[in-house]
Ligand binder design. Structure first.
Ligand code: FAD
Length: 555
């Protein structure tokens, strides 16, 4: 018998959001009845680990099964019903119709509180040949087992991955690990379209270095098949054919909202179930969490879908607590903080990219720095690119993106924390970060980006976007002659090369009345040069953001 202090909590979906909700509900209320419905065979498995199991980097399948139904029953007294689909919600009667796949029967299940965590389904466009054997999407254990079996049985070892979001990129890496010759096809002009082009470019390079053929700006038109309807490759929209016996579609996801919308729950403009800060839908006894719902996106304050594991786990935990006790902390705004490894490169982001800000009409400035991930004099130093996006007047941090071989995770996490706490670039400049030579620099890349941003806010320095049209400007290259000869600045044929250490002596070669842009390797010597020119009467001087390194990635 349920009572306010011992509610019946039914949870739909037993993985990231659902399992978090169930276990938190139990920890907060020993007397609740908690029923977890999962339409598939497994609960609480590690979705994020699936590509690494396919590739063999995670060797044991068992390791993916984070918590079994037996464990959830034993430790948390949760009634886990796998192969049980929630098929209908009757909000007036507060019951759920549940179909038991084993018996075929449908039965009513009463709830006091209902938590919807049904996740999302891979997007599969209606493609000719899309139903062929060996065309896969990756979402759950069954998909994983099928892909692994197909990969093991594939003699020619040729694969094509369509779509270069996080899952697509991870599959590319893992298929190469399995010895496949891999082609990646992406409709957008760059891989990982969420990030700005200069952050994505090193990922292109890493894939090419590892033998991957990358097609950008060219999506899939159809799957090519043999007379047994098995995939033999794909045809791209350009008409080019790519031979492959394994086709992986990583084209994003659509939220599973049918159950919610049939029950009259509000679906937000982004297509996810609308919720308040306690993850309650427009029916206060029904919560929604995870890929199926909307969250408040921190930098804009707008509701949107963010299909990531962190928010799903945190929202599940809060909803479980709220359902079990009637209260919880509110869900903090979500930033879309994410990270991906592509061979020897890692890219990550949090908050807004510069391109997203422009698309949304949000005033934003960006600075890009290229600096070693730890002290340059310590073995193993490698450059990391960090792009910081901030509000032009207040300096409030709006987003950050980074790419490098090492140390991307810590910078992105520091900056995600800054965003959460609504810090400004001035706060970043004063952060007291851990430093010893193997780990960082006394001036961390986070500081360098913040210093550049503060210089801009203070009017000490103006940046020019790395891909700007330089015609009509006096372009001053302040790298050494040898550096310029080795890697000329892209699309700057009339650049005047005056190394920074000669600049004071050679000012006469320049016209102080002209709009001037200085460029160096990564922007550091450009800063020094810009300060020299400014203080010698050059009124309009800009530093090319990220110097030749960044411009040459994107122009
Ligand atoms: P899920 O974890 O998908 O769980 C939903 C469950 O609900 C499913 O098991 C489904 O079968 C069940 N269900 C649906 N409808 C019903 C119904 N009517 N009745 C009963 N059960 C139902 N995110 C990251 O942040 N980092 C990563 O590295 C990362 N890597 C990923 C790699 C892969 C291959 C995949 C697929 C996802 C990855 N994600 C990653 C995304 C992350 O896994 C999801 O954001 C997260 O799992 C969403 O949690 P959820 O609870 O909303 O959905």
């Amino acid at each position: 018998m349920s009572s306010p202090s011992a509610p019946t909590i039914v949870i739909v979906g037993g993985v990231a959001g659902g399992a978090s909700a169930a276990t938190r509900a139990r920890r907060m209320n020993e007397h609740a009845e908690i029923i977890l419905l999962e339409k598939d065979e497994h609960v609480s498995f590690a979705n994020c680990g699936l590509p690494y199991y396919v590739g063999g980097e995670i060797a044991e399948r068992q390791k993916l099964l984070v918590a079994t139904p037996q464990f959830l029953a034993r430790r948390f007294r949760i009634d886990v019903r796998t192969r049980h689909d929630a098929v209908h919600i009757d909000r007036a009667a507060k019951t759920l119709a549940v179909r038991n796949q084993a018996s075929g029967e449908t039965y009513p299940l009463a709830y006091d509180k209902l938590i919807l965590a049904p996740g999302a389904a891979p997007l599969v466009p209606a493609l000719p040949g899309g139903d062929a054997a060996n065309v896969f999407t990756l979402r759950n254990m069954q998909d994983t087992d099928r892909i692994k079996a197909a990969a093991d049985g594939c003699r020619a070892k040729r694969a094509v991955v369509v779509g270069s979001g996080y899952i697509g990129l991870e599959m590319v890496e893992q298929l190469v690990r399995l010895g496949f010759q891999v082609t990646l096809a992406e409709l957008q002009p760059q891989v990982l379209p969420l990030v700005d082009p200069e952050i994505a470019q090193p990922l292109h390079d890493a894939m090419r270095r590892h033998g991957v053929t990358v097609h950008v700006g060219d999506g899939i038109k159809r799957v090519l098949t043999d007379d047994r309807n098995a995939a033999t490759g794909i045809e791209l929209q350009s008409g080019q054919a790519v031979a492959a016996e394994l086709v992986i579609l990583g084209l994003g996801v659509r939220p599973n909202v049918a159950l919610a919308s049939q029950a009259g729950l509000t679906i937000g403009a982004s297509g996810g179930i609308a919720t308040n800060e306690y993850q309650q839908t427009n029916d206060p006894d029904i919560y929604a969490v995870g890929d199926a719902c909307e969250y408040v996106f921190g930098p804009t304050g707008q509701a949107q879908r963010i299909a990531l594991a962190g928010p799903a786990n945190r929202a599940g935990r809060l909803a479980g607590e709220h359902a079990a006790t009637g209260r919880s902390l509110p869900m903090a705004p979500v930033l879309g903080t994410s990270i991906v490894r592509v061979f020897d490169r890692t890219a990550g982001m949090t908050g807004l990219s510069a391109r997203q800000a422009a698309r949304l009409g949000i005033p934003a400035c960006s600075v890009t720095v290229v600096a070693n991930q730890h002290a340059g004099y310590f073995p193993g130093a490698v450059p990391l690119t960090l792009k910081l996006t901030f509000a032009p007047t207040t300096g409030r941090v709006l987003g950050a993106q980074a790419v490098g071989a090492d140390g991307v995770d810590k910078r992105i996490d520091v900056l995600a924390t800054a965003l959460t706490l609504q810090a400004t670039v001035r706060d970043l400049a004063g952060l007291d970060l851990a430093y010893a030579p193997p780990f960082g620099s006394a001036k961390d890349p986070v500081h360098l980006a913040a210093f550049a941003a503060c210089n801009q806010l203070d009017g000490l320095e103006e940046f020019l976007d790395a891909d700007a049209d330089l015609s009509g400007m006096q372009v001053v290259e302040v790298r050494t002659v040898a550096e310029v000869a080795q890697t000329p600045l892209a699309s700057a044929p009339r650049a005047i090369n005056i190394p920074v250490d000669e600049l004071r002596q050679r000012l006469g070669e320049l016209d102080p009345a002209l709009p001037t842009v200085v460029s160096c390797g990564v922007g550091l010597r450009g800063h020094v040069a810009a300060r020299i020119l400014k203080q010698h009467g050059f009124a309009d001087v800009k530093n090319l953001s990220g110097g030749a390194t960044i411009r040459n990635r994107i122009v």
